[in-house]
Design a protein around this ligand. Structure first.
Ligand code: PEP
Ligand code: MG
Length: 699
């Protein structure tokens, strides 16, 4: 037996993320591992058990390991605890709220209009963080802004069916299934939700559903449920009771972040229960016309499965701006407010409201002029989007006749089909990570081949840029990256990881090369920092092409590390194209974690320092007759598009829904106006100044 005592340093205790890292690590050892905190003891291989410890910063924890690999286990656990258990991107503690000046309902509505109009115009320098709630005004309910934007529409009460175990026969369900079947089905649903989030490039949000899968597989829960079933309880009752009991214990913990995980457990519990009872996935049938959803609380699963065409936004009585649901709302672009006065729940269905996610207000039965203005802004934006979709098939030709390729960022065969529907000029970034995430082993060469081939065939003859595996950073893969890193974004990610794991890299490259003849595939390497990486990767491709007798493919690199941008003129002769990854390029240039919500407003790719690197990269590419594309989020930022085109960008690869609107925007621009604008932007001193410049010159 090995024992170790340490003091927990994580600022918010053993909340979901560090608990997950700990549990995953513990599961890799054969030894039994337990944690003792005061009088409480937990199985370190059980998430539920670890969470119920209620360990906060400063808590003294004793780790006990017993078994054949106890030596290694205790050493690795100690190292993991000391390096923070992956706790590198915790949300910043909310600072004291600045007092907001009193505003009337009219002023609040007007402010919303201005902000919404600015958003509709693509402005992104509005504070992304929720602001303190406005003071209560007659007709205005107060809450806290959780996701920016406004939503205008009738309300709809979202009330999932509560399962009453004493009256099971009264429930509408039919297709009932066993607990085992329900667990398998729930896992499949969660894996799909996880995949959808990954495909939308919502890595952090995807992790929520990964955590849900882990809860489903929790050994402690399973043991408790089995014990109850063995004692004669029905599986439905056993499951519900165990979930309720554990959730209740977690909910009573003093730390609100930790206690919020009780919601996750209830969410998972409800999902399985609904499946067992044959109730619909959501437990609620949504109206077919757009609504503003209101509820006491929402689960992450409910939120993730909202059809964003029908749900305009939502207001909740429970929850805080850092909850998973709030994070999801921001990611899905749904305006949201949380912590709203209880009175909201007394409103009748269909009551017209203006939900303002910027200042956290819900204007009930707004005065006609306020409503009209808010509706008008919302209508104009939706109309613009509809119009852009109708015109999507037209080429993105500027007023002075320059053609710009507008391609899509995709992650699956379904995405490729959707990109075609939106008339994308190709796939500018195929994130192949999607195939590798949310599973326990890497996909085989054969599996990869069939996916790449299907995507190539769907897009043919349009080009598809296949980016080789880019994991590490915020996209860890438990079966590949075994050791926690101090600074994962500065660690073994992208091409570095692939070159260090030749077997994995070879399999992926073989799959791509085999799929290449079925369409127009190109290969791109992520995170390139050094010319040697290109040489090594190229040599491997040459060897494999020879082995497979495969045709030549274009080879490019992502320029997302400042070193690559600064050396662009040295790297350009070595490649066929550059694709600028502004998400990472901004992070590394500004030294700001792209996932840190406290820095979200400052993490702006229009910072002149980033723009200078972009300009330099484009210039170097063109000097050698190569293409320069962008595949970071900046490519669909309407304030950035004019600057990027003015700098000479050849292609904008954007999220699929943005393809039509970006094409429409390009059609309204004149390159000859944009070149001097871009030159001026390079001399600005801040991102804010660049945004103001664009607004002033282009309106
Ligand atoms: C980028 O860094 O801009 C990029 C497109 O890659 P990812 O977001 O997948 O890291
Ligand atoms: Mg990147």
């Amino acid at each position: 037996m090995k024992q170790l005592e340490l003091v927990l340093q994580n600022p918010t205790g053993l909340h979901a993320r560090p608990a997950k890292v700990l549990v995953n690590l513990a599961k890799q050892f054969k030894s039994g591992i337990s944690l003792q905190h005061g009088a409480k003891r937990a199985n370190a291989k059980s998430m539920v058990s670890v969470l119920t410890l209620g360990a906060n910063k400063g808590s003294r924890i004793t780790i006990t390991v017993t078994g054949e690999d106890e030596e290694t286990a205790i050493a690795e656990l100690e190292a993991a605890f000391r390096s923070g258990l992956g706790d590198t991107d915790l949300p910043a503690e909310p600072g004291p709220a600045a007092p907001a000046p009193p505003v009337s309902a009219k002023e609040a509505g007007f402010r919303a209009e201005l902000e919404a109009a600015f958003r509709a115009g693509g402005g992104t320098d509005l504070p992304a963080e929720p602001r303190p709630a406005a003071p209560a005004t007659p007709g205005v309910l107060k809450g806290v802004g959780a996701a920016p934007g406004i939503a205008v529409g009738p309300i709809f009460h979202f009330q999932p069916v509560e399962v009453d175990l004493d009256h099971l026969e009264a429930l509408p369900g039919d297709g009932r299934m066993s607990l085992e079947e329900a667990l398998v089905r729930a896992k499949a649903q969660l894996t799909e939700l996880h995949q959808q989030m990954v495909n939308k490039k919502l890595g952090a949000e995807a992790a929520i559903f990964e955590a849900h899968v882990e809860l489903l597989e929790d050994p402690e829960l399973a043991q408790d449920v089995q014990a109850r079933i063995a004692a004669g309880q029905s599986s439905v009752k056993a499951w519900k009771t165990v979930i309720d009991e554990h959730a209740a214990v977690i909910a009573t913990l003093k730390d609100p972040l930790l206690a919020a995980r009780a919601d996750d457990l209830r969410d998972v519990g409800r999902r399985v229960l609904r499946l067992m009872l044959g109730l619909s996935d959501k437990g609620v049938s949504m109206p077919s016309t757009p609504v503003v959803v209101i509820a006491r609380e929402l689960s992450p699963s409910d939120t993730a499965s909202f059809d964003t065409e029908r749900v305009l936004g939502f207001g909740l009585v429970e929850g805080g701006p850092t909850s998973h649901v709030a994070i999801l709302a921001r990611a899905l672009g749904l305006p949201a407010i949380v912590g709203v006065e209880e009175a909201m729940l007394a409103l009748a269905d269909q009551t017209p409201v203006i939900l303002n996610g910027n200042d956290g207000t819900l204007t009930v039965n707004p005065e006609p002029d306020v409503l009209a203005r808010a509706s008008e802004v919302q209508r104009r934006f939706l109309e613009y989007r509809r119009f852009a979709v109708l015109q999507a098939a037209l080429p993105a030709l500027t007023l002075d006749g320059r053609h710009v390729d507008v391609t899509a960022n995709a992650g699956s065969v379904a995405d490729a089909a959707e990109a075609m529907k939106m008339s994308a000029d190709g796939i500018g970034l195929l994130r192949t990570e999607f195939l590798f995430l949310g599973r326990t082993t890497a996909p085989s060469e054969e599996e990869q081949f069939s996916v790449y081939r299907a995507i190539a065939e769907t897009m043919k003859p349009l080009p598809v840029i296949v980016r080789t595996l880019d994991i590490g950073g915020d996209k860890p893969l438990p079966y590949i990256l075994l050791k926690p890193e101090m600074n994962p974004f500065l660690g073994e990610r992208g091409i570095r990881l692939c070159l260090n794991r030749p077997a994995l890299f070879r399999e992926q490259l073989r799959a791509i090369l085999r799929a290449a003849p079925f369409g127009n595939l190109r290969i791109m390497f992520p995170m390139v920092t050094d010319i040697a990486e290109i040489h090594q990767a190229r040599a491997l491709i040459d060897e494999l092409r020879h082995e497979l007798d495969a045709p030549a493919v274009q080879i490019g690199i992502m320029v997302e590390v400042p070193a690559a941008a600064l050396l662009a003129d040295v790297l350009a002769p070595e490649v066929d194209f550059f694709s600028i990854g502004t998400n990472d390029l901004t992070q590394y240039t500004l030294a700001m974690d792209r996932g840190n919500p406290a820095l979200a407003a400052k993490h702006d790719g229009l910072h002149p320092a980033v723009l200078r690197l972009i300009a330099q990269t484009i210039e170097a590419a063109h000097k050698y007759g190569k293409r320069a594309d962008i595949c970071g989020e900046l490519g669909s930022d309407t304030a950035a598009v004019p600057i990027l085109l003015g700098l000479g960008m050849d292609e904008l690869s954007v999220s699929i829904p943005a393809v039509p609107t970006v094409k429409a925007q390009v059609r309204g621009l004149n390159i000859s106006d944009l070149q001097p604008l871009a030159r001026q932007a390079l001399t600005c001193s801040s991102a804010r100044e660049v945004r103001e410049l664009v607004k002033k010159q282009l309106g």
